[in-house]
Design a protein around this ligand. Structure first.
Ligand code: SAH
Ligand code: SF4
Ligand code: F3S
Length: 491
């Protein structure tokens, strides 16, 4: 740990102590522990940030709740990748305002990517005066300090940084799951895809050192974690700017050596930087899951170039061929945008052609959303949404058909699943995740959550399976019996 990191960590821990004075006073006044609710919008990176924010709130003396209705502190960790993410936040803020009218001591805080946009801050300061605290993505590690300030203040506190080069390690974390965890390996993005706002709101790419990452994973494993998801906007460029550069494939090799860790996933891979070294490491690894999320975005070379993606349709297809050749049982999923400025039906035909050829196991399809400040938003040939819909529906049909046929290939097979939770519809069932990221629902005891079991995939329902757990106990009895009989014969 650097001395800069140590000092900042110590400062924040002091602020947590100050917050505890407030939460203790709250308890005396209200006869109960104050409750905090953290709501996450957006990607896995935001979900991991929310675990850090929750960790600080818990240490500060809050009880965590999923219910905004019963919370005394509500924190929205926002996303701005597409406009509908923003609209959801504004919609829910209206509801929070009515809650605050009933309970004036309710504190409302906003953070995350959306807060890095000047226009958003202006709008909230003008039309959402009841918000108490606003901070951004770069000063998340200062949350304890901001919390202690806002708890002692009646004013709206706004603290947004333009950038940071600091990575503060070892702040408290409250994990959502006992058995799996996200692990940040890098922050920010340098790719500037022309439609994307992430580089503007998350800043330049910064990698954590392999030592810090390995140390965190070792601690997680000691704490019962069996699966990690390594997180970065473009994991394939991990480590390039470190003092001692290291490749992502090499990082994976080191992570793999951690005893007790069973499964490794990662997100997201930019096709332009995916190396043969990575394919080789994945091929050899018993721990790296048989799943690769490889965003295509578009199949037309003209559009890919306008998107600043740095690969062609042909290069993407060749890459998929190399991956499938080396790892035949891998599931490949993708992201696709429809309606990028200037995109014609013929361009979408190219995308559909890639979908048919690659046979994606799943694809997330998005309607292009212009983001202020990005080059694509300033392009002249924006396409009206009504026109986009027809192309979007055509693509969605193909994506669903190919995904269904891919899933059908595994029907009847026996595979290992990590039990992730009790089924929401029927508590006699649990939901497990296969190495290829597909879900399977089967009847089993809830005490198996966090454990690996073998499951027969009886029926495929498009995006998930229903199955049966393989009853190893009865199988073992049979073999034992078999052996005993053999031995008797021998005697
Ligand atoms: N770093 C990741 C993606 C992060 S954003 C990567 O490069 O793949 C997740 C997805 O949102 C992107 O893959 C893209 O498909 C979609 N997306 C990003 N900006 C968008 C926009 N302006 N409109 C519509 N979809 C967008
Ligand atoms: Fe956005 Fe492109 Fe960076 Fe992904 S790689 S976060 S799509 S700019
Ligand atoms: Fe959204 Fe920020 Fe993630 S914009 S997708 S939460 S990096």
């Amino acid at each position: 740990m650097t001395s800069e990191n140590k000092t900042e960590l110590e400062r924040q821990m002091k602020y947590i102590e100050q917050c505890k004075v407030y939460t203790a006073a709250f308890q005396v006044e209200h006869g109960r522990i104050p409750r905090a609710c953290v709501v996450t919008f957006g990607c896995q990176m935001n979900a991991r940030d929310s675990e850090k924010l929750s960790g600080i709130l818990e240490q500060a003396g809050y009880e965590l709740t999923d219910s905004e209705e019963e919370a005394d502190f509500v924190l929205y960790n926002t996303c701005t990748v597409r406009d509908n993410a923003n609209q959801r936040v504004y919609g829910r803020l209206g509801h929070l305002n009515s809650l605050k009218k009933k309970r004036p001591y309710l504190k409302i805080a906003l953070c995350g990517c959306m807060m890095q946009e000047a226009a958003v801050i202006e709008k909230i300061q003008k039309s959402y005066r009841f918000v108490d605290l606003i901070f951004g993505t770069h000063n998340l590690f200062r949350f304890a300090e901001l919390l202690s300030t806002v708890l002692a203040s009646e004013d709206m506190i706004v603290d947004i940084w333009e950038e940071t080069d600091q990575i503060v390690e070892n702040l408290p974390v409250k994990r959502k799951y006992n058995y799996k965890s996200g692990v940040n390996i890098m922050f920010g993005c340098n790719n500037f895809c022309s439609y994307c706002i992430v580089p503007y709101v998350r800043g330049r790419e910064r990698s954590r050192t392999p030592e810090e990452i390995l140390c965190e994973i070792e601690q997680l494993v000691e704490d019962g974690v069996v699966e990690v998801m390594l997180l970065g906007q473009n994991v394939n460029s991990y480590g390039k700017n470190l003092e001692h550069p290291i490749s992502f494939a090499e990082l994976l090799r080191r992570v793999e050596k951690i005893q007790g860790l069973k499964r490794i996933r990662f997100m997201t891979s930019h096709p332009k930087d995916l190396s043969d070294e990575l394919i080789e490491v994945m091929q050899r690894s018993p721990k790296i899951c048989r799943h690769l999320h490889l965003p295509l975005q578009a199949g037309s070379n003209r559009i890919l170039q306008a998107m600043n993606r740095h690969y062609t349709k042909e290069q993407y297809l060749a890459l998929v061929d190399r991956i499938r050749h080396a790892i035949p049982d891998i599931a490949i999923t993708t992201d696709i945008i429809v309606g990028f400025p200037g995109e014609t039906s013929a361009d979408v035909d190219e995308t559909i052609d890639v979908v048919r050829r690659v046979q994606f196991d799943n694809a997330f399809t998005f309607i292009y959303s212009p983001r202020t400040g990005t080059p694509a938003a300033a392009m002249e040939n924006q396409i009206p949404e009504e026109v986009v819909h027809e192309n979007f529906d055509r693509l969605l049909f193909e994506v669903q058909e190919t995904a269904k046929s891919r899933a059908a290939l595994l029907q009847g097979k026996v595979m290992e699943a990590l039990v992730e939770g009790v089924n929401e519809q029927d508590p006699a069932f649990v939901t497990g995740r296969l190495s290829n990221n597909m879900l399977v629902h089967f009847r089993a005891d809830r005490r198996l959550v966090g454990k690996f079991v073998m499951v027969i995939l009886d029926a495929c329902h498009g995006f998930y399976y229903t199955g049966r757990m393989v009853d190893w106990l009865s199988q073992t009895k049979h073999t034992r019996l078999g052996k005993m009989v053999d031995n008797q014969w021998l005697n």
